[in-house]
Write a protein that binds this ligand. Structure first.
Ligand code: ADP
Ligand code: MG
Length: 238
């Protein structure tokens, strides 16, 4: 840690903190995620070490870039690139109810899909796709998947992708209940308030496809990325 100077804390989770730091060597800004191993169950420790391994194997403009990792005094440190726009959840709440333009939604969505395709192609399932774990960089021009904390080697997390797209279109969570039971009932029935008609038919249909009750009825990232209405945006980010 003595190679870095802490600028400020940018996030805090159950087992760790995320800091914006400056590397003393070249003054470059990066993020260090500090995970405290003391009092952490063995399983969680393994999951954290796995996050490092998974992240270090990814290399894509829409996946947060891994720079380094080390263990020191019962703590695991993951050094990664800093995305100066913060996370997508904060960005959504900054809108204060003002809906995003469709072009903006699709631009971000396509990038999220491209990042997800990269990790799925490596047989890794993110498992924690949500607005809080999607980071914004380059003045909102780039979005990147981050927080591989509970990723597993498996297949399919398309439903959560639908939740992120829905939140971008409505600034709200798709399924809300006053208790867990009510929430489960709503999710299982697949009832949600439809996306406003100001958005295109293609976009609205895509949301309903991502929320199909049976996972095999949902499109894969690959088939989403083949949709003609996204073609231009995909070319832009290639
Ligand atoms: P956890 O959810 O396990 O606490 P995260 O990796 O999601 O850890 O980090 C927590 C928060 O810190 C994120 O939601 C985000 O606001 C911020 N953050 C983490 N990594 C970065 C990064 N590379 N660039 C910008 N912000 C980040
Ligand atoms: Mg997180």
């Amino acid at each position: 840690m003595d190679k870095y100077e802490v600028v400020r804390m940018i996030g805090e989770g159950a087992f760790g903190k995320a800091f914006l730091v400056k590397a003393k060597e070249n003054n470059g800004q990066c993020v260090i995620k500090e995970i405290n191993f003391a009092r952490m169950p063995v399983k969680e420790k393994e999951a954290s070490r796995k996050e490092v391994t998974l992240l270090s194997r990814m290399k894509h403009p829409n996946v947060v870039t891994f720079l380094n990792s080390f263990e020191e005094k019962m703590k695991l440190y993951i050094v990664m690139e800093y995305c100066d726009g913060g996370d997508l959840m904060k960005r959504i709440s900054m809108q204060r109810g003002l809906l995003f333009a469709e072009a903006q939604i699709l631009d971000w969505f396509v990038q999220i899909c491209m990042g997800l395709k990269h990790i799925h192609d490596r047989k890794v399932l993110h498992r924690d796709i949500k607005a809080q774990n999607i980071f914004i960089a380059n003045n909102g021009m780039k979005v990147k998947l981050g927080d591989f904390g509970i990723a597993r080697m498996l297949n399919k997390d398309i439903w959560s992708l639908g939740c992120v797209l829905y939140e971008l279109c409505t600034l709200k969570h798709p399924f809300e209940g006053s208790n867990l039971r009510q929430l489960v009932v709503k999710i299982c029935r697949g009832h949600f308030v439809p996306v406003a008609p100001r958005y295109s038919y293609d976009l609205r249909i895509l949301v309903t496809q991502l929320f199909k009750i049976s996972p095999r009825d949902r499109p894969s990232v690959n088939s989403i990325l083949k949709k003609p209405f996204l073609e231009k945006l995909i070319a832009k980010h290639l």
